[in-house]
Design a protein around this ligand. Structure first.
Ligand code: ADP
Length: 547
């Protein structure tokens, strides 16, 4: 027997319609590439998204076709989020930090019809345009006065394009499983692969972001999106913002500590989202200028993900900012939110140290996400917080395959996707990442977590950044090497660091050596690039004494 409820599709256009109906005056504040702070509302975004939809229709763009963007977080990008997907086309957000050759590859692979870009990327567009034969036009996201002087065929001015069209547009009643947006993984191995989200997966993911034990985004929030709209849809917050009516604050190209701090202060930000690197820059600014964030800011919680949030970072937000550090895990293939580290009743009232032991974990799955860990043969491992294995995930906002079937079917016999992460899951369901499966160190048949050692090393006051890689060892197969960037003006020796780590990680996990470098290699999404690091230390040999 079928239920007798209305069958309304879950569509991205319904999110902006809701925001327009019930939060029309809630603000979208953007720091622009052109300079000034720009302010508008959800009502404005909806109106201009409809103009975008009319403009694209006039350009001949049809449902399902891809529209590329190379843009920072800002109001025009937000208009494209709703205008492009709302009219049935697919918004392809491109990470400008990828190598130019990779960008050319994915624009071609995605078959982007038009490419919208922020002024910052005008030189990149000028350089790539001759290669991008399939792109019919390049739209500079600015007004006539700021048009870049680049020699590119079919260069269009965004404000003129949008201004030529009315906001009289009826959103089509699409199939909720229709594709809505496309994001490529960073492709640390091989070419980037496209993850194709649907309207349904996006709306369901937005509910999870807004849920109280998700990120609890609400109309009372002023949310600072430091996490980029060019990668995994800024963790889904533009959509969840429209669903909840939260004020959104967009930093544009300025992600430095000073700019981020000023936006937090001036826009009365209550929740901020970003990767650990941007928070380190924020801490640096606060320290260098002896600021008092507790007094000056209204920050209540900070969502940290993309790479592991060190315990010291969670503690720092709590003690210096009076803000709760909400650790979250996910990936391009998971839309991206998979787990969020919220507390259970038994943790409330714990002393800070005990609570941080929980907060440093990547968290529990939201409803809609199923997790399991397996060994190399696919056998399930216990959720005892000790056994670590391949992290497998299943759910309605998890990828089933990549765009154009690159890589074939992604799922195992039970429909689970192998994340490539290695993790433990404790009896309460808290998942903790110990490594990427490629980075785990195999010593004497046991696995050593590089992330655990890195997080412990970061706790030393003179350590700016730390990475641990496995190096070949005659007896143990592999042993950990700690590679450290010292903080400017600070000093610490190999011996001091090794001594500092004693008692913080298992004895047999202690690195065999420490090497100091001025810089560590990072990927386009700011993660440590261990492949490069291993190459850098290819000829390195561990000290004989450690053998
Ligand atoms: P890419 O770098 O290919 O774009 P994603 O942005 O999709 O990849 O990143 C996904 C990966 O980032 C995860 O598989 C995981 O290894 C890592 N990651 C994300 N969040 C966390 C976290 N909170 N702690 C540790 N690792 C994380």
């Amino acid at each position: 027997m079928q239920g007798l409820m209305q069958d309304r599709p879950l569509l991205i256009s319904s999110l902006i319609e809701h925001a327009n109906a019930f939060h029309p005056g809630a603000e979208i504040v953007s720091r622009t590439v052109e300079g000034p702070i720009h302010r508008c509302t959800y009502a404005d975004i909806r109106r201009r998204a409809k103009q975008v939809a009319n403009a694209l229709t006039a350009l001949g763009v049809r449902a399902g076709e891809r529209i590329g963007t190379l843009a920072w977080n800002g109001f025009r990008h937000m208009e494209l989020y709703f205008g492009v997907s709302g009219m049935g086309a697919v918004l392809h957000t491109i990470n400008p930090r990828l190598f130019p050759e990779q960008i050319a590859y994915i624009v071609d692979h995605a078959d982007d019809q038009y490419l919208f870009f922020d002024l910052t990327f005008a030189p990149l567009i000028a350089r790539l345009a001759p290669q991008l034969k399939g792109v019919k036009g390049f739209v500079a996201m600015t007004d006539r006065a700021h048009m870049p002087a680049i020699d590119v065929p079919n260069l269009v001015c965004y404000e003129e394009l949008v201004g030529e069209h009315t906001d009289d547009f009826d959103w089509p009643m699409l199939d909720e499983n229709a594709a809505s947006s496309l994001c490529y993984t960073s492709g640390t191995t091989g070419n980037p692969k496209g993850v194709l989200y649907s309207h349904r997966s996006t709306v369901l993911h937005s509910f999870a972001v807004c849920a109280a034990d998700g990120i609890a985004l609400s109309a009372r929030d002023s949310a600072l999106l430091v996490v980029p709209m060019f990668h995994v849809n800024a963790w889904g917050t533009p959509y969840a913002g429209a669903m909840s009516g939260a004020k959104l604050v967009m930093p544009g190209p300025n992600l430095d500590g000073k700019s981020v701090y000023e936006l937090m202060r001036d826009e009365r930000v209550t929740v901020a989202l970003g990767v650990p690197t941007v928070w380190l820059m924020l801490f640096g600014h606060v320290e260098a200028n002896s600021l008092d964030p507790r007094r000056e800011l209204t920050l209540q919680r900070v969502v940290i993900g993309g790479s592991a949030a060190p315990r010291t970072m969670c503690e720092h937000f709590e003690s210096r900012f009076g803000a709760f550090a909400l650790h979250a895990w996910g990936m391009t293939e998971t839309s991206p939110i998979g787990t969020v580290c919220n507390l259970l009743p038994k943790h409330v009232g714990l002393p800070l140290a005990g609570r941080l032991d929980v907060q440093k974990k990547q968290g529990r799955p939201l409803f809609g996400v199923e997790l399991r860990i397996t060994d190399d043969d696919g056998r399930r491992l216990p959720h005892d917080g000790v056994a670590f294995g391949h992290l497998m995930v299943r759910g309605p906002w998890i990828a089933a395959s990549y765009f154009k079937s690159e890589g074939g079917d992604l799922l195992d016999a039970d429909g689970f996707f192998d994340t490539g992460d290695v993790a433990t899951i404790d009896p309460d369901g808290y998942m903790q990442i110990t490594d990427r499966s490629k980075d785990v160190i195999k010593s004497g048949g046991e696995w050593i977590s590089s992330i655990d050692i890195e997080n412990a090393a970061i706790g030393h006051p003179a350590v700016g950044e730390a990475a641990v890689i496995g190096v070949a060892h005659e007896k143990w197969q592999e042993r950990p090497l700690l590679v450290v960037v010292r903080k400017p003006g600070q000093d610490v020796s190999r011996e001091e660091l090794l001594h500092f780590l004693e008692g913080k990680v298992a004895k047999w996990w202690l690195p065999d050596d420490v090497q100091f470098v001025t810089e560590l290699p990072h990927t386009a999404t700011g993660k440590l690039q261990k492949i490069r690091l291993r190459e850098m230390f290819r000829d390195y040999r561990l000290p004989a004494a450690a053998a």
